[in-house]
Design a protein around this ligand. Structure first.
Ligand SMILES: [Cu+2]
Length: 131
């Protein structure tokens, strides 16, 4: 169960990316009622991904990754320039990374498609399919 779904999903990502606003596009999100949904099913092994930034180029580049609700996503970011990634979850999350290699963990507590973007430059790095 590693990242073998990535490549096969590339065409799908293109189609979906066209229909998704890059940033600040307001999905009709219902107000975040973080009700006490005890979905802390710790049965999930975490998902680990490498993200590389070289100049203005990010790898991956908009690929879709499946993630469970509440599952930990560990991003290992290797960058030649410090910056931030913006996680379009509710609430939104930001990942600040330094130049070099650093590790960051995020979890998403609601199902949906969550984009992980860079804003400078404006690039969709990942789309998390959370379910
Ligand atoms: Cu953003």
């Amino acid at each position: 169960m590693s990242g073998r779904g990535l490549a096969r999903l590339a065409p799908l990502v293109l189609v979906l990316a066209a229909g998704l606003t890059a940033c600040g596009g307001n999905d009709a999100d219902p107000p975040a009622t973080s009700s006490s949904s005890p979905s802390s099913s710790s049965d999930g092994d975490s998902v680990a991904l490498d993200v590389t930034r070289e100049g203005d180029t990010f790898t991956p580049n908009g690929e879709r990754v499946e993630l469970g609700v509440g599952q930990t996503l560990t991003l290992t970011i290797t960058a030649d320039t410090a910056g931030e990634l913006h996680v379009h979850s509710t609430p939104e999350q930001e990942i600040s990374y330094d130049a070099g290699t650093s590790e960051h963990e995020i979890t998403i507590d609601r199902p949906g498609v969550v984009e992980v973007e860079s804003h400078e430059p404006d690039t969709v790095v990942l789309q998390l399919e959370v379910r």
